[in-house]
Design a protein around this ligand. Sequence first.
Ligand code: NAP
Ligand code: ZN
Ligand code: ZN
Length: 347
Amino acid sequence: MTVKAYGSLAGDKPLEKLDITRRAPGAHDVQIDILYCGICHSDLHQARAEWAGTLFPCVPGHEIVGRVSAVGGHVTSHNVGDLVGVGCMVDSCRECSECHDGLENYCDGMIGTYNFPTSDEPGHTLGGYSQQIVVREEYVLKIRHKEEELAAVAPLLCAGITTYSPLRHWKVGPGMKVGIVGIGGLGHMGIKLASAMGAHVVAFTTSESKREEAKALGADEVILSKSQDEMASVAGKLDFILNTVAAPHDLDAYLNLLKRDGTMSLVGAPSEPHPSPGVFNLIFKRRSIAGSMIGGIPETQEMLDFCAEHGITSDIEMIRAEDIETAYARMLKGDVKYRFVMDIATI
Ligand code: NAP
Ligand code: ZN
Ligand code: ZN
């Protein structure tokens, strides 16, 4: 079936309206009429070919929510009419140890929601800036939030799980001081989630305008990272730092803030490398730098249910599809509070 989408034909071209093809649902497939799609900074990196290997046409979008409009004959877990979500992946090998452990995000055969090989036209996956998507049932998530919250649930499918998973992996909870660096789409979810997990949250921002608002999101302290005095006031005090910044920057400034045995997990994926951190900051206090990529399907469902239970959604600004380039420009300036969401009805 032909559906409308927004995508780019080259890295230096703006996104435009396109016709794309979706397969008819197979026996294990769920067909979803997309209602809203969040705008992740990864979409911009990919559509503008800032990372290696963008396949064109590129239709980004991996924070997808919508309603099931058809299911294949063998589908047991979803019904027509259900509100569902799709995040950053639409398939994986389903056989390896990562897949068996529910860590499909680390499967070598993971198929991302866009820019990954598929037998569907045009040979690579096309994402959620589109009217419809067809996905294997195992990779479709259930949404238990109220229907009127649906648009604000969309960003949980990437920004939510990408912050939830490392917070859980490094066992964030009561009694811990946790830093969240970069208060954008990911970072604002990091503040909400770490706070709901019971940690003392210290937000780090380059934007003076976010100082008060970060407290409203749940931060106990806010540090303007450009101020050396403010940074010094938390030196050696943090148990864990989640760094979401989308640009290369000095990691030593943050490593210095960790206690002995503290870890900074990087989730931001800038197109250019960070300057190399110094080893002394690491060896003197046995600190670690780590990374984390989205989260597996069981943990994504756990995160959605945790958010529904704790009344957590994303703070969003809704955009029309044709305003996507303006949204990208504002995202690059850090001028979004805190996630753009595309109203798919406007395509
Ligand atoms: P975003 O909304 O643009 O937020 C990034 C924030 O980082 C900005 O709001 C800004 O916060 C801060 N920042 C930006 N440029 C900066 C600079 N030059 N120096 C210091 N701070 C800067 O982006 P996002 O959607 O949250 O994504 C963040 C990064 O994570 C992207 O690189 C994205 O590709 C990556 N990502 C990774 C995964 C994963 O699985 N690991 C998943 C999703 C996204 P302040 O205004 O508060 O300083
Ligand atoms: Zn994303
Ligand atoms: Zn696998």
